[in-house]
Design a protein around this ligand. Structure first.
Ligand SMILES: [Zn+2]
Length: 60
């Protein structure tokens, strides 16, 4: 059995509340539509090695 101990719940970049999206240290998300149950909004983010950055995109 292998433990996935390096995991974290992604926090909403707007309200910093916990979302229901979990990532591991080896999870890579690109332009991921992160949904926050608190803001009820979707924010596009990138997550690489547990570091989240906002994915800027024009509203077209
Ligand atoms: Zn939020």
């Amino acid at each position: 059995m292998q433990y996935q101990k390096d995991s974290t719940w992604i926090r909403c970049p707007i309200c910093y509340g916990k979302t229901r999206t979990k990532v591991y240290a080896d999870t890579v998300l690109l332009n991921f539509p992160l949904y926050c149950p608190k803001c009820k909004k979707e924010t596009k983010v990138n997550v690489v090695q547990l570091n989240m950055t906002l994915s800027e995109e024009p509203d077209a």
